[in-house]
Design a protein around this ligand. Structure first.
Ligand SMILES: Cc1ncc(COP(=O)(O)O)c(C=O)c1O
Length: 428
């Protein structure tokens, strides 16, 4: 049975704890954590009267703006190649439904890809992500994994890549992306390149899209949820390589969501045209995410965890293997006391929440080995509980030192250091 998405379920659990007065440092949810830019809010408000159903693929001004957005990123695009949907998540589901074959995923990868594959009755072919590959499958293992999957009777047809990546927060380098694309083409795979964090790459311009390498077999998805922090507005777009696939996708969309909310599409057209206020807002957000996630990275490393270096977005994927078997670590003493043991990722996430009041997601939620002691943390909900705090964070030149952010990072450092046995002390 498919249960509620781990991200949404954990978020609701933490919100319930907080509502009961339990102070939880919430690092479990991938919401961008920023206020709404006033110019974007004004664009939405001005379109409130647009209450008619619209074209399934999206209103013409949105499709044109999205085409321009991709053009500016080196991907020449006609408006007819764009389909908009109520978030990129349903677009991904619809794409997985119209593209033939089973789904090849990096292990770990974002929670919903595998869940959507399973909803569609498709099998998942997991391929490990080695340290330093930026969250995409190891090119050396991808080919053999595809051959082995076929030998087991599977039909690998779709490879999903996330650039920059969620959950690892890393970004694959150009040579890795090229190598993976070459193998995908050799094996006849279509690639879905999920580029929802593209504009939050810590070094702007550092993302190489598979659509630049194998354009005829790449679909790119993105949306407004991350760089412009409009997750609840539910608007995503995808860029398709050819007309027949576009027509099939529109067919599915027409039977499920009819069209994305029209006033939100008007605001999205404004966003994707990237006028100066939007560019300034996205740049400020990127600066904030980068500063805080890097501070969190240094915090967990200093506290004895392993962790891939962040390359984009606001996630980290620490590895607390050092906490296992460490006689001086509090985790082990706890485990010895309860007899339960720190058996894997779920135990670790539970311990972090119950003992340290820090909410994270276990690596197993992303398809990772449940015995590993890895978890994903998001720094984006640390920016503030009020819009005033969030604007202050956005405008700060050193946001990691704002008291409410610094305090949360210190709590994280103390907890990780206790678990790894690295002790206390000034970790930041
Ligand atoms: C990798 C990735 N893809 C897609 C999405 C879905 O975004 P939305 O449906 O809000 O566009 C998310 C959201 O967390 C994500 O992290």
């Amino acid at each position: 049975m498919l249960t509620q998405s781990a991200t949404l379920a954990t978020n609701e659990r933490i919100q319930a704890l907080r509502a009961n007065g339990v102070p939880v440092t919430h690092l479990a949810f991938g919401e961008a954590g920023l206020p709404v830019a006033p110019e974007i809010a004004a664009a939405l408000a001005a379109a409130a009267g647009r209450n008619s159903y619209g074209p399934t693929a999206g209103i013409p001004e949105l499709r044109a703006a999205a085409a321009g957005y991709f053009d500016r990123r080196g991907l020449p695009t006609a408006p007819g190649q764009i389909v908009a949907g109520p978030g990129s998540k349903p677009l991904l589901h619809a794409l997985l439904s119209v593209l033939p074959g089973d789904v090849v995923l990096p292990r770990p990868s974002w929670v919903s890809y595998a869940a959507q594959a399973s909803l569609l009755g498709k099998e998942v072919v997991w391929v490990p992500v080695p340290e330093g590959s930026g969250g995409v499958p190891d090119p050396a293992l991808l080919g053999p994994a595809l051959v082995a999957a076929r030998a087991r009777g599977l039909r690998p047809g779709i490879l999903v890549l996330t650039l920059p990546d969620n959950p690892t927060g890393a970004l694959a380098g150009a040579s890795t992306v090229r190598a993976v694309c070459e193998i995908a083409a050799e094996h006849g795979l279509m690639v879905i390149s999920d580029e929802i964090y593209r504009d939050l790459a810590h070094e702007p311009g550092s993302v190489l899209s598979p659509a630049e390498i194998i354009p005829e077999r790449t679909v790119v998805t993105t949306g407004l949820s991350k760089a412009t922090a409009l997750g609840g507005w539910r608007l995503g777009v995808c860029r398709l390589p050819e007309a027949e696939l576009t027509a099939r996708l529109i067919g599915v969309a027409s039977e499920i969501w009819s069209n994305p909310t029209t006033p939100v599409q008007v605001a999205a057209a404004y966003v994707l045209a990237e006028p100066e206020p939007v560019r300034a807002f996205v740049a400020a957000g990127l600066g904030l995410h980068r500063a805080v996630v890097r501070a969190a990275y240094e915090t967990v490393l200093a506290a004895g965890a392993g962790c891939p270096a962040p390359g984009g977005g606001f996630y980290l994927y620490p590895d607390l293997e050092a906490a296992r078997g460490n006689a001086s670590s509090r985790a082990d003493r706890d485990a010895a006391g309860s007899g339960a043991g720190l058996g894997g990722a779920a135990d670790l996430a539970e311990l972090l929440l119950e003992r340290y009041r820090i909410g994270v997601l276990p690596g197993s939620a992303f398809g990772d080995d449940p015995r590993g002691l890895r978890f994903r943390l998001a720094t984006s909900l640390l920016y503030g509980d009020t819009d005033e705090q969030r604007w202050t964070a956005l405008r700060s030149t050193d946001p990691a030192r704002l008291p409410w952010i610094a305090e949360a990072l210190a709590r994280l450092g103390t907890a990780v250091a206790e678990l790894t046995g690295k002790g206390h002390g000034d970790l930041r």
